[in-house]
Design a protein around this ligand. Structure first.
Ligand code: ZN
Ligand code: ZN
Length: 375
């Protein structure tokens, strides 16, 4: 990964924001810009008279790791807390208008920043400046995510036959997580979701002690972190014979998921993908049971821009984009496609893949089968 190049791109984007300095406090952004994978750091970037320079601040615990990992920035360990040192450095670098990451700063820290800046720097809140750069993945990042997806997918194949009536959801989740770690995952992207029977109607059902019932859907939603990058997949299986209603529910969600994938292409607005998937469920009479958006970006974080937000179904397509934030998909973005339908008291179905956006469409990274698995 070319961290210096990323920092230069970041510095170039500051101009458009009317800034000559930037303070990075969100750790995934620091990792993206420097390679540092530790959990305490601040990165300061200054762009004065067309010269870009940056300095990385951490505390003594991370000095060794920082020297090993940080690229493209001078590593400094001050006597002061990292943030204070970073502000001092920005003052000495003659920056005047410094952006900070408003989504990742507490009110208390903002107040103390103001005191340290002491009228010498104008501090400006910004949103998702680094995240916007992170949306388009480099080939090396896609390769890393592909490896994470394949690891998780192989774990699904290995555990799926252990899903049986009477087995607690938490024990299935534990088995998934244990296997992922055994196969080299650095961790899980989020708490593994396993929800069986009526609980599968909760879109975010964290695994409970409840046993898998004799008949019903089981939703498994999990992901691993590999080389810092996250994966995310959902499959829904059925325990016991699936009745007509269950089969129809599954088929509708699967069709919606395929329609979502078919709508992905560089240049389309993000709502169009949601619209394509949602339309299928609306037609099947399940529209009101699809309660979340169709997908999200994935990368160093499990949820990152762009979001494939809910389209307004009652609005005609031609006026739709007036209502939406007009974000467009671009080649190299990695997003999930994960429609679902959740019927209270009965159960739910969700199917989730990760895809890479291309000029002509997309490449589905998740290789796992999607036909209804009946156990
Ligand atoms: Zn998921
Ligand atoms: Zn997801």
């Amino acid at each position: 990964m070319d961290y210096l190049k990323r920092q230069k791109r970041m510095a170039a984007s500051l101009e458009g924001e009317g800034l000559d300095g930037f303070l990075v406090t969100h750790l995934p952004n620091i990792r993206y810009l420097t390679g540092f994978a530790g959990s305490s750091a601040v990165l300061a970037i200054a762009k004065v008279k067309d010269k870009t320079k940056s300095a990385f601040f951490t505390d003594g615990r991370y000095l060794e790791q920082a020297r090993e990992q940080v690229q493209g920035a001078k590593v400094a360990v001050g006597g002061k807390p990292a943030l204070g040192s970073a502000i001092e450095w920005l003052k000495q670098s003659k920056t005047k208008r410094v952006g900070f990451e408003a989504l990742h700063m507490t009110v208390a820290i903002r107040e103390s920043l103001g005191k340290t800046a002491a009228g010498k720097l104008a501090l400006k809140p910004t949103r998702e400046l680094v995240e916007r750069l992170r949306m388009i993945k480099e080939p090396a990042e896609v390769a890393q995510m592909r490896a994470a997806v394949l690891l998780a997918s192989s774990v699904f194949d290995a555990v799926v036959n252990d899903i049986k009536p009477g087995v607690p959801e938490s024990s299935i989740a534990a088995e998934i997580e244990y296997m992922c770690r055994r196969m080299g995952a650095e961790g899980m992207s989020f708490d593994t979701l396993v929800s069986a029977g009526a609980r599968s109607a909760m879109p975010h059902g964290v695994a409970s002690q409840n046993p898998v019932p004799g008949n019903g859907f089981v939703i498994l939603d999990f992901g691993v972190i590999l080389g810092g990058y996250c994966s995310d997949m959902t499959r829904t299986v059925h325990v016991g014979a699936a009745g007509k209603k269950a089969k129809a529910l599954y088929a509708a969600v699967k069709d919606a998921q395929l329609a979502g994938i078919a709508a992905v292409r560089a240049g389309v607005e993000t709502w169009e993908v949601d619209y394509a998937a949602r339309k299928v469920l609306v037609k099947a009479g399940l529209g009101r049971y699809f309660t979340h958006s169709t997908g999200h970006g994935v990368g160093l974080e499990i949820h990152e821009p762009p979001g494939l937000r809910k389209a307004a179904m009652r609005t005609p397509v031609r006026t739709q984009s007036k209502l939406q934030a007009r974000d467009r998909l671009e080649a190299g973005m990695v997003v999930t496609i994960e429609p679902g339908a959740y019927i209270p008291g009965q159960g739910g179905v969700r199917i989730e893949d990760m895809v890479v956006v291309t000029a002509e469409g997309c490449e589905v990274l998740t290789p796992t089968r999607k036909d209804l698995i009946v156990l």
